[in-house]
Design a protein around this ligand. Structure first.
Ligand code: NAD
Length: 243
């Protein structure tokens, strides 16, 4: 029987993209809920939650998944590091895929960024630039946050190295800082560039999303994969076998 998913955030941009993609990938939308709808009864007839809504929804969704022993795919972004840390303990109690970006191309960008940050070394100044549509509520994007995490990991730096935009007389760039710049406008689905600049050369790795169907297809692929996994928190690299 086709896998039945519950879409949380069904009236949003991603909710619509998920409903459209589900049929073509052989999944059934067992329930589609948004703000104010009762989720618990709707979830009874589904095997997995696919959530693209608001960070305020994540804790109660995870508690519900635990109570009903359901798998969950979390696509919502915008949690603070402290929030995410607390939520991970809950998420680990069910099969959970949590990813800031479900596109295959971006997951390759993650792998390429790790490689570049390692090979190029500290003499290459790292900066991340992202652009999204004017309606996006959080900044920087979850994808940019993951790219930054990878650069910090490779360079053995902490979050204190991050520079969110620059304004005023900030002085010369320090060798260890990692800049992040969030642009907003129009209907841009999601652009990310990682830049490594040294004296004499610059490398830019860019991914541009032009259709949010790529995130929907990736999230649904994750849903099909995660229902067969033991409890634990996985990411898209696990789903795609990139680890
Ligand atoms: P959107 O604003 O178009 O839609 C969000 C929907 O969630 C709305 O219909 C809203 O009413 C609903 N919602 C809000 N709070 C809710 C709650 N507590 N319970 C149930 N529903 C609730 O936003 P969007 O563009 O569809 O993006 C949704 C989220 O997914 C954002 O956090 C965005 O950053 C993230 N996103 C992630 C990826 C990824 O690949 N991980 C890709 C695109 C978007």
């Amino acid at each position: 029987m086709a896998l039945r998913i519950l879409i949380n955030g069904s009236k949003g941009r991603m909710g619509h993209a998920l409903a459209e993609a589900a049929g073509t990938l052989g999944l059934t939308v067992g329930a589609a809920v948004d703000v104010g709808d009762a989720i618990a009864p709707a979830l009874l007839g589904c095997e997995v939650i696919v959530d693209f809504s608001s960070p305020a929804a994540t804790k109660s969704l995870l508690e519900l998944a635990i109570a009903q022993r359901k798998a969950i795919v979390l696509g919502t972004t915008g949690h603070s590091a402290a929030e995410k840390q607390a939520l991970l303990a809950l998420a680990a109690k069910v099969p959970c895929v949590w990813a800031g970006n479900f596109s295959v191309g971006v997951n390759l960008l993650f792998a390429l960024t790790r490689r570049a940050a390692g090979v190029l070394g500290a003499d290459y100044d790292a900066e991340v630039v992202e652009m999204h549509h004017r309606f996006k509520k959080d900044a920087p994007s979850g994808t940019a946050a993951r790219l930054l995490e990878i650069i910090l990991e490779e360079r053995q730096l902490t979050a204190a190295a991050l520079r969110h935009g620059r304004a005023g007389l900030v002085g010369e760039r320090t060798p260890t800082e990692v800049g992040i710049h969030a642009l907003r406008g129009g209907d841009v689905v999601g652009d990310h560039t990682v830049m490594f600049a040294a004296l004499g050369e610059r490398i830019e790795l860019t991914h541009r999303a032009s259709d949010r169907a790529i995130f929907a297809r990736g999230a649904l692929r994750a849903a099909q994969w995660v229902v067969a996994q033991p409890p634990g928190v996985y990411d898209m690299q696990d789903v795609l076998g990139l680890k």
